[in-house]
Write a protein of this length. Structure first.
Length: 298
């Protein structure tokens, strides 16, 4: 019979030692957790507003702005951030404008803009950079976060959480019952504009760690999983945050132990939890649908 310290050693080496012994793992964990804490609530409202693919489209649309920032100043955090924010907001506003003045619906115009933006960004990077630069921008490198990037991720997360706390009531009402909110207040429009700005901010923050192709994953997958466990907005938000934190830590550990790229593994861990939620979720999972319902139960 082994003593407790000896029995705990394998678990310590597997789950804790990488973050204790290696600074780059601690930096990656802090950055990924910051993205999860801020991105998960954003994802919940994107899901409830049926804008999940909108977030994905804007995430791809920031690429040309980030690429131009890279060409101008190299791997400069301010330049690539400003370029990404400008590109993301421009595409979102242009898509809305086209939907208002033409017969195209907003989803169609947004799809057109994001496809052009993605192709333009890849072309810019291919002409002015290298294959390594293109891979870095598309897929990120969460294991190489420097202090300035960590400060930016933490700042973006703090701003997002504070702003959501301020507009939470108006945003929830505008999402669930826009007619009622319009009858009692004019806060719906400003809340929506601020929410879209927060979406772009978090996508740009995620881009620095996970790249343009994966940054939306830490928003949508935890939120989609949370919806399968609860229909209450507050509970969904808390569950989504927990899922995002779990996926961040698990993905980084798998990357460390198996020498695989961390960004895709973070998203895959969120996807694995989503697969379990599809089966076992208490508020819409497959097994829940098979269970007999009580009389008059919704």
């Amino acid at each position: 019979m082994c003593d407790a310290p000896m029995c705990d050693a394998p678990m310590y080496d597997t789950l804790i030692s990488p973050f204790v012994e290696f600074e780059f793992m601690r930096r990656a964990l802090v950055g990924a957790c910051a993205l999860a804490l801020a991105g998960s609530p954003i994802g919940v409202f994107l899901l409830l507003r049926r804008m999940s693919l909108t977030g994905d489209a804007i995430g791809h649309a920031i690429l040309p702005g980030a690429a131009i920032g890279y060409l101008v100043a190299g791997l400069s955090l301010p330049a690539m951030t400003i370029g990404g924010v400008v590109a993301g907001l421009s595409v979102a506003l242009l898509a809305g404008l086209v939907a208002r003045v033409t017969v195209l619906r907003e989803d169609a115009s947004l799809a057109a803009f994001y496809l052009v933006s993605l192709a333009l960004g890849v072309t810019i990077l291919s002409v002015g950079g290298s294959t390594i630069d293109l891979f870095h921008v598309l897929f990120g490198n969460v294991l190489a976060l420097d202090e300035a990037t960590l400060i930016f991720l933490a700042s973006a997360s703090t701003i997002t959480l504070l702003a959501l706390a301020v507009i939470y009531r108006a945003l929830a009402l505008e999402t669930l019952d826009p007619g009622f909110l319009a009858s009692v207040s004019r806060a719906g429009g400003p809340a929506t504009l601020l929410f879209l700005s927060l979406v772009v901010l978090n996508l740009v923050a995620g881009f620095h760690a996970l790249g343009t192709l994966l940054c939306v994953g830490v928003m949508i997958l935890p939120a989609a999983s949370a919806r399968l466990w609860s229909a209450d907005v507050t509970r969904m938000t808390l569950i989504a945050m927990a899922c995002g934190l779990f996926a961040s830590a698990a993905g980084l550990l798998l990357s460390f132990h198996f020498n695989l790229p961390p960004g895709p593994l973070v998203v895959l861990c969120a996807g694995a939890w989503h697969a379990l939620s599809l089966v076992f979720g208490r508020s819409g999972g497959w097994l829940r649908g098979l269970a007999p319902r009580r009389h008059l139960e919704a």
